[in-house]
Design a protein around this ligand. Structure first.
Ligand code: ADP
Ligand code: ZN
Length: 772
């Protein structure tokens, strides 16, 4: 959450202020709704602005207002959409003489949105809960949930085409092949939109428009059905193995209970977890419920969507940040009306107003992408647990490498543990080999060790594909002048500029700042001595091209493809075997299934261990395990080589020995000894502003009054690891508390005790995942 003493100055005038002082607007409100003669019924309406609570409004006699109704209310000089939060509002308090206390005049509700289904109680409870937990103003959470402003406009009809009634045999025979194809496509008398029809008939839309002019086609206005309104559950499906069937049966039993319940579906990549939870999805649909499947990275999940389509006979409704406004509106409404049955979404899909949600699946539950770091700061996996709890339905967390938190919850019995022990069919887990870089040191400015190069060559000879994984975009993460020692840094962030050779620019990966790669050192002017330090994927590509010139290589990183379509195309080419060596960042690590891929080389397995983050070991384990899982997904055996300078590190050892649970136990013990999550709770506080002195002063003031004691300790203030970010100075405090402490209450009263100028922002991150 963002907090300021004047919460709302971020968004202009405080609505609270307006409600109390803006008399002109009050008058406007009264004339719109007519002043009530009798004491009117009052209800509380929450508006999507950063307000802490719902405000009272009067209900005009002619309006039937129920909890959850969407309404228009006057707020200052504006009319805004809000939600009736509570109808049990107390009458205005009376003083001892029986006269109503002087208080601002209550304004009237202007309008009720008749064609919108009410916001269900569970959803309102959920918004309340998230606001309380994340210390975010309630109205701000509502704002996130109502992100689709056009959702309240009635859906616009679309034009569809059908065959004209009486086309003579003679006319028909005289038509061009394309026109015949259009009529053929409409032989089932189902009206279709121009684009769909053109696609089916293999012609352009102008052919269809032309046929309409000639009277061969007629148009009708259709109301578009929201996506995923009629999934089928009885389509043909795979025969589950005994283990898979047992897990699926368990999930179905959980659904039968119609109560909250959580399970971890745990199994290596390729074990059939998706097949298993599809059974639960089918069952929930048969029970008439809606289903939400959360995925960390929707943009990369084309293969998943195809699979869904073939299992359920229709495309799921999608929810993510790059949807078109029209799609957003259709989906939002479809979800609210209960017509969209299965939603596959990124974390924000949790905040859709489901009509009757009955199951949530969180796939790759350990993925860091589930943490939202700006606006309302929340963890979607944790909030999914809350949502299921409030809605009294089951939740399934899915992962091959669960988060330590989830693992502890299964060990303690809070979550069911459903385990799929093997890969499906003949596929075996790949062998994982540690390459000790101290023994296989590459020459200066090279990064691939001899055994790895030999293995790559050998793999090409056998006609197989290889993946080189390095989680770093660009050419080199640091450029240094060997003459004067100057390092090229971002002018706005505490970060080095990353060289990108493809674009011949230096980029800041934190704020987007970029500049042409200089020809000489900007400090000393030396034209000879600028040197690239360390590798990014572009540099590995260069090395591969030099050392294995016969290889067909390709780079795959989030910035090397222009669009989702291009990325999908590239992935298909890889699948089809068009490349021998794929050099990729974590974009390639997730969920893909490349049948010819048998060798995975991790260029720098130690990369994620640097930086001292609480979860560095856990994250590295998860990521490398996932990358390793790309190898040998079919009959061909897989082989993984990890280049490491620390082969004795527990992460490397656990990976090589396939000792996952042992790793979790050791990691768990270390966290317990350090009294760190999941054995305690953390709250991160970032003080941020453009005025360095102010930021320093406020952070010191916060430090002085910070909670300290046996059950709560505060560390800091200290400079945040990114002391400057996008031009803002940042100082950090970290609160650690026993799990029993009401940490929200503690933090809130502490922060409120400090007067913060409006030019300084305080970010509160409950259960922080990153410490930057
Ligand atoms: P996970 O989600 O655990 O990675 P998937 O469900 O994606 O595993 O399964 C991996 C592959 O194996 C998929 O192509 C899937 O269709 C196939 N598969 C899994 N179980 C079976 C089964 N019982 N019969 C046939 N194919 C299966
Ligand atoms: Zn920057």
């Amino acid at each position: 959450m963002t907090t300021q003493n004047d919460q709302t100055s971020l968004f202009g005038t405080s609505p609270e202020e307006e409600q109390e002082t803006d008399t002109a607007a009050q008058k406007a409100g009264q004339t719109a709704g007519k002043a009530a003669a009798q004491p009117a019924r009052l209800v509380d309406v929450l508006v999507p602005y950063p307000v802490e609570k719902a405000y009272s409004y009067a209900v005009p006699a002619e309006l039937d207002i129920q909890e959850g109704n969407y309404v228009t209310v006057p707020l200052g000089s504006r009319d805004v959409i809000g939600v009736v939060w509570n109808t049990e509002t107390q009458a205005p308090p009376q003083n001892a003489t029986g006269k109503a206390k002087r208080r601002p005049k209550i304004k009237e509700i202007i309008h009720r949105m008749d064609d919108m289904p009410s916001m269900p109680r569970e959803h309102r409870n959920f918004i309340d809960w998230v606001a309380r937990y994340t210390l975010t103003p309630k109205g701000f959470v509502l704002k996130m949930a109502l992100s689709v402003s056009s959702a309240f406009n009635p859906p616009a009809p679309v034009t569809a085409y059908q065959k004209a009634a009486n086309i003579s045999e003679e006319t028909r025979n005289g038509l061009s092949d394309k026109r015949k194809a259009v009529l053929h496509a409409l032989r089932d008398n189902v009206p279709r939109r121009a684009a769909e029809l053109a696609d089916m008939a293999g012609c352009t839309a102008s052919v269809i428009k032309g046929m309409e002019k000639l009277g061969l086609l007629e148009t009708i206005a259709l109301h578009a059905m929201p996506p995923c309104h009629s999934p089928q559950t009885d389509t043909e499906r795979v025969t589950l193995s005994d283990f898979q069937q047992a897990a699926a049966d368990n999930l179905c039993m959980m659904l039968d209970e119609r109560e909250y319940c959580a399970a971890l579906l745990d199994g290596v990549t390729g074990a059939g977890k998706t097949e298993v939870y599809f059974e639960a999805v089918a069952k929930a649909l048969d029970m008439g419920k809606q289903v939400l499947i959360l995925l960390p990275e929707i943009a990369l999940s084309n293969a998943f969507l195809d699979r869904f389509k073939s299992r359920f006979g229709c495309a799921p409704a999608l929810w993510h940040s790059s949807l078109s406004p029209a799609k957003r509106r259709d989906t939002w409404r479809g979800v609210a009306e209960g017509k969209s049955r299965v939603i596959i979404g990124a974390r924000s899909a949790l905040f859709l107003p489901y009509h009757d949600l009955g199951l949530i699946i969180v796939d790759e539950e350990h993925d860091p992408a589930y943490k939202q770091e700006d606006g309302v700061i929340y963890h979607a996996r944790d909030m999914a647990v809350v949502r299921a709890n409030l809605g009294k339905f089951p939740l399934v967390l899915v992962s091959a490498t669960p988060s330590l938190e989830t693992m502890m919850n299964t060990w303690s019995g809070r979550y069911h543990h459903l385990h799929l022990p093997h890969r499906h069919g003949a596929a075996q887990l790949p062998e994982i080999e540690l390459l000790d870089m101290r023994a296989h040191k590459p020459p200066q400015n090279y990064f691939l060790s001899e055994p790895l190069i030999a293995a790559l060559k050998d793999n090409i000879e056998h006609g197989n594909q290889s993946l080189l994984f390095l989680n770093r975009r660009g050419y080199a993460p640091l450029t240094i002048c060997r003459g004067c020692g100057h390092r090229l840094a971002c002018p706005r962030c505490t970060a080095w500029l990353v060289e990108h050779k493809q674009s011949n620019r230096l980029h800041c990966h934190h704020c987007g700042y970029n500049t042409p790669t200089p020809k000489q050192c900007p400090e000393c002017g030396d034209p000879e001595n600028l040197a690239a330090c360390g590798p990014g994927v572009e540099r590995i590509f260069e090395e591969v091209t030099e050392l294995i010139p016969e290889a067909r290589s390709v780079i795959l990183a989030s910035d090397t493809t222009e669009s989702h379509e291009e990325l999908a195309e590239r992935l298909n080419d890889i699948k089809a075997g068009a490349y021998d060596i794929i050099i990729g960042t974590q974009i390639i690590a997730k969920g893909h299934h490349f049948p010819h891929l048998t060798l995975v080389g991790v260029v720098d397995a130690d990369l994620g261990l640097q930086g001292g983050d609480l979860r560095a070991a856990e994250r590295t384990y998860q990521l490398l395990h996932q990358v390793a899982g790309r190898a040998g997904r079919e009959e061909k055996e897989g082989h993984v080589m990890l280049q490491t300078w620390h082969p004795d590190n527990k992460v490397m050892q656990a990976l090589a020995a396939h000792e996952r649970d042992f790793f979790y136990e050791v990691e768990g013990e270390e966290r317990e000894m350090a009294h760190m999550p999941p054995f305690s709770r953390l709250v991160g506080i970032i003080v941020s502003g453009k005025d360095e002195q102010q930021v320093l002063d406020i952070s010191i003031a916060l430090g002085r009054s910070a909670p300290q004691g046996e059950k709560v300790q505060t560390l800091g203030p200290a400079d945040a690891p990114f002391y400057r970010l996008r031009g803002f100075y940042r100082r950090r405090l970290l609160v650690r508390a026993d799990k029993k402490v009401d940490i929200q209450k503690t933090v809130q009263s502490w922060i409120k005790s400090i007067k913060v100028p409006s030019t300084v922002r305080i970010y509160i991150d409950i259960d922080p995942q990153s410490f930057l």
